[in-house]
Design a binder for this molecule. Structure first.
Ligand code: FE2
Length: 240
């Protein structure tokens, strides 16, 4: 089953355009034209506000995955808002940065940063999940348990910038994820139906052994989404 929702305009032209846009943004970042410390964080703020409203209107998983998937697709359609502190790879293992946690722990938003060639073990999630590709490319292979061993199920999903994948424990969410690239990092934005860093989950060895784990987070500080002062001029009027 392919759960990937492509970005709203997934035509070849759009992909080429997205690639061009990514190249331009990477060049701008390299040239220092995108201020490392002042990303367009309002995009993330607007996303969590919209997601909060969605959860206030429905607790139905299918509705959350469908409508939340569109919200996430909108967020990852532009790569100019993730602060650099939450886009840093680690040389040995992937990073999982908490960007936002709902006060009632109904959802959390995380940036996953994959160094070259890094991957997860086979794992579950225990709650629904949405994965939006922001930068680079990742591959997700689902697994099923058969005669005491985990086996790949179907073809792997490839996520490219703008794509959104869905995870539902009730449909089978056990998978292994890797960075497709061996020479650069990839970044995806994940939304989960709980405070994912504190949820009891499992990793699995190929021979079927289950090991409990609680992932935690890679960061001790979260980004400040709530400084709206930049939206107003010195007279207190909204900036155009
Ligand atoms: Fe996962």
């Amino acid at each position: 089953m392919n759960h990937i929702v492509n970005s709203p305009d997934s035509s070849t032209a759009a992909i080429e355009s997205s690639s061009e846009s990514e190249t331009i943004q990477n060049n701008q970042r390299d040239e220092g034209l995108i201020d490392k410390n002042h990303s367009n964080i309002a995009r993330l703020r607007n996303f969590v506000i919209a997601f909060d409203r969605l959860l206030n209107t429905s607790s139905e998983e299918s509705v959350i995955l469908e409508q939340g998937g569109h919200l996430l697709a909108e967020l990852v359609s532009t790569d100019d808002w993730l602060p650099e502190d939450y886009a840093q790879a680690h040389p040995q293992h992937y990073q999982q940065y908490l960007l936002y946690a709902d006060a009632r722990e109904r959802f959390s938003v995380v940036s996953f940063v994959w160094g070259p060639g890094q991957q997860t073990p086979i794992h579950d999630h225990a709650v629904w999940g949405l994965i939006g590709m922001l930068r680079g490319e990742e591959r997700s292979q689902r697994f099923v348990l058969d005669q005491g061993h985990w086996h790949p199920s179907g073809n792997p999903d490839h996520l490219q910038p703008g794509d959104v994948d869905r995870l539902s424990p009730s449909e089978g969410d056990i998978h292994q994820v890797c960075n497709v690239f061996s020479d650069r990092k990839s970044i995806s934005i994940h939304v989960y139906g709980g405070n994912i860093g504190g949820i009891k989950r499992s990793v699995f060895t190929p021979n079927g052994e289950r090991k409990p784990f609680i992932s935690g987070y890679s960061n001790h500080h979260i980004p400040n989404l709530w400084d709206r002062s930049g939206e107003f001029n010195q007279e207190g009027k909204p900036n155009e």
